[in-house]
Ligand binder design. Structure first.
Ligand SMILES: [Zn+2]
Length: 349
């Protein structure tokens, strides 16, 4: 089985952005509210009509192709654990304006309240930034009581909410691990690659000024009384905050030319590595999604060969076998949870 090229899959959303994605992908920018490209997606927008799902060049949905042959795409170990669920979603996200403060529920909450398999722990790999002070906000500086948080949301006290969060200036190469529950926002001018659990579950703490009906759509249909219970209200600071942030340039090398981008706790949700062939980097046999950030390279697998240049993405099925990436290319490789990780115990419970 050959590596599969993934076409651009930009989505209309309620916030501005998307020009950087179109430029990166080499396609025309036709919608100034298309700030997300779901790459190799088997997930769809929450409450939507299937928007978000990736198509293959033969017109089939990737989700259906995997469901018809999960072992070839995902491998026997992954399939034994997750069935035909890839357990992975990769996105490009270009914030044309600051995103509203929001958070994502965790897996336990998604299961018990919504009957869904995944929450939304995520990670951000900053690709490019624009403007003087590209910023993200992540986790509260101090513990926040539930009634205080509910009051901010109710009054749409945007300034107080934003001030209550850790404000971090970012640049290309910064990586953040964002566990479910942590309130966050992404600032205008930040273009990032996002790796996450395959769901679209967001609780909006802020909506004033955005083209979204927060009181109707901001709480996953659960009401804010319930939805806010899944926020992480305890402060995130010191070593914990430091652990969530990593620099691509100083990421540990796991094998020649491959660098681990996320801290160990992330690997029960997803994994991400940066591949910089020097002059070649090996890929063990595994389902993965590759996005080239820069340069031109060549991926050789037992199943076939594919070029990979800036702005292009490939899905590597398990059945492609082991591979080797060569060339002058900078690639992010995204993988589902580590086999036999903590999640397996969850699933068996
Ligand atoms: Zn988010």
């Amino acid at each position: 089985m050959k590596p599969v090229e993934l076409a651009p899959n930009q989505l209309h959303r309620f916030y501005r952005g998307g020009e950087a994605i179109a430029r990166f992908r080499g396609v025309p920018s036709t919608d100034d509210h298309a700030p997300e490209d779901w790459v190799g997606s088997t997930a769809s927008l929450f409450g939507g009509d299937g928007a978000g799902l990736s198509s293959l060049s033969d017109g089939r949905l990737l989700r259906d192709a995997i469901a018809a042959d999960p072992v070839s795409y995902l491998g026997p170990a992954h399939t034994a654990q997750y069935g035909s669920d890839s357990a992975l979603l990769v996105k490009l996200l270009d914030a044309g304006e600051r995103l509203p403060v929001h958070f994502h529920p965790d897996q336990a909450f998604a299961r018990s309240r919504l009957g869904l398999a995944h929450g939304k722990t995520e990670a951000w790999l900053i690709v490019e930034t624009r403007g003087d002070r590209p910023t993200v906000w992540l986790g509260f500086l101090e513990d926040v009581d539930l009634d205080v948080l509910a009051g901010w949301v109710d009054r749409q006290d945007r300034a107080t909410m934003l001030d209550a969060l850790n404000e971090l200036t970012v640049g290309p190469g910064d990586c953040f691990f964002v566990p479910a529950g942590l309130p966050h926002a992404i600032g205008e001018g930040v273009f990032l690659l996002e790796v996450q659990e395959p769901s679209d579950l967001s609780v909006l703490l802020e909506w004033a000024g955005f083209d979204v009906d927060g009181p109707r759509d901001g709480h996953l249909g659960l009401g804010f009384d319930v939805a806010l219970q899944s926020a992480r209200r305890a402060a995130v600071r010191g070593d914990e905050l430091t652990e969530l942030r990593r620099q691509t340039d100083t990421a540990p090398e796991s094998r020649p030319g491959a660098y681990t981008l996320l801290p160990a706790p992330a690997s029960s949700f997803f994994r991400a590595e940066r591949l910089c062939p020097a002059p070649a980097v090996s890929l063990e046999q595994e389902f993965s999604i590759l996005v080239a950030l820069d340069g031109d390279g060549m991926l050789d697998t037992e199943g076939g060969t594919a070029r990979l240049s800036r702005g292009e993405s490939l899905l590597v099925p398990h059945a492609a076998g082991p591979g080797e990436l060569t060339g002058s290319v900078d690639v992010i490789r995204c993988l589902p949870p580590a086999p036999n990780g903590d999640r397996k115990r969850d699933v068996q419970d």
